[in-house]
Design a protein around this ligand. Structure first.
Ligand code: NDP
Ligand code: OXD
Length: 309
């Protein structure tokens, strides 16, 4: 009974140390040095290449090393019938809300313009809207979207959110479905994306969606780059339909050195750091799932394979 560990970014040594606190005799095999494939009964992964999973015929569970599972769902050979879990981690949730609040306040208090003025030694106060009349809308009202909504609400913003199923959240105006999206966009000053990447949400931030926002809205993307049609966003920034974008995630990462986002005066680029996976806060639930899988019990935070998130 061994656990396969594979990650593009996370440290195997740190994960081994944290998981050992809950399972002292854990046998972790770090990809690609995993030994006998039939020893592997659980996989903890980010960025597994195609062609690997079919080798592990005794797998009882696959844990994503992130909240998103699109890196797994796109694999053509994800083993059928093996439960896939995602991270639902209070540490990661708090970090994401920090990022969202930071970017919303940045646009609200017009810091991008003041940064431009400073470069010219220009002293020029700008008008701005009151906080209670500034409308922040969130695409995705899941674990991360709901926490960000609550924190923006505490700051006094008018908060709305959009999800697949209908929701009631105190103090948040909620929308769902295609009609709901159009209605929400029409009353949005700052749009935040916290959707999972699925077949239904890929390319959702396109020319059509951006045109439904009031002119001069701002956009924050901390979900996935493939939600955005880059050429459409760049056109909306250049026309002034969108006044600025804070982008943490990109279609291809790392973002190519010659990508127009890097040098666009209305774009802030951060390198997929909105909310990092922290083994200290995330290991307890992964350890719990390894133990549950070993006992043949249902796992926590299992992904719905039909919806893809
Ligand atoms: P959840 O699964 O908890 O929430 C997803 C939300 O999106 C739900 O409200 C869901 O609706 C909604 N949704 C899904 N599909 C649709 C659709 N077709 N139309 C409308 N709404 C839809 O995810 P999390 O909040 O935990 O995470 C969201 C994403 O954030 C992750 O998938 C990942 O891509 C990204 N992320 C980025 C990080 C970064 O550092 N940049 C770090 C962590 C996560 P419903 O409630 O009805 O199911
Ligand atoms: C995640 C991420 O999905 O870091 O957790 O992007």
């Amino acid at each position: 009974m061994a656990v396969l560990f594979k990650s593009t970014w996370d440290s195997a040594a740190r994960w081994r140390a944290e998981l050992s606190r809950f399972i002292p005799d854990i046998d972790i095999r770090v990809w690609p040095e995993y030994g006998e494939p039939d020893d592997i009964t659980f996989a903890v992964v980010w960025g597994m290449p195609p062609g690997e999973f079919p080798k592990f015929r005794r797998l009882r569970g696959i844990a994503s090393l992130g909240a998103g599972v699109d890196h797994l769902m796109r694999l053509p050979d994800l083993p059928a019938g093996v439960p896939v879990t995602r991270l639902v981690d209070p540490g990661m949730t708090a970090e994401m809300s920090e990022y969202v609040v930071l970017q919303v306040l940045r646009f609200h208090r017009r810091l991008p313009e003041y940064a431009g003025f400073q470069a010219m030694a220009k002293w020029q106060p700008l008008p701005r809207a009151d906080t209670p009349s500034t409308r922040v809308s969130i695409l995705g009202l899941g674990v991360l979207g709901q926490d960000a909504a609550a924190k923006l609400k505490l700051l006094g913003f008018k908060v709305a959110g959009w999800s697949r199923s209908a929701k009631e959240i105190a103090g948040v105006e909620t929308f769902h479905g295609a009609g709901g999206l159009t209605a929400m966009l029409a009353t949005t000053d700052i749009l935040v994306n916290l959707l999972p990447l699925t077949a239904d949400t890929q390319d959702i931030v396109n020319a059509d969606l951006l045109a439904k926002l009031p002119q001069g809205a701002a956009f924050v993307n901390c979900a996935r780059g493939r939600h955005v049609v880059d050429a459409d966003l760049l056109a909306a920034l250049d026309s002034g339909q969108i006044r600025g974008a804070a982008l943490d995630v990109f279609r291809d990462e790392p973002l190519a050195a010659d990508h127009p986002y890097w040098r666009h005066p209305k774009v802030l680029v951060t390198p997929h750091v909105a909310a990092a996976t922290n083994p200290v806060t995330a290991a307890p639930q992964v350890a719990e799932n390894i133990l549950r899988a070993a006992r043949g019990e249902p796992l926590l935070n299992v992904v719905d394979m039909a919806t893809g998130y």
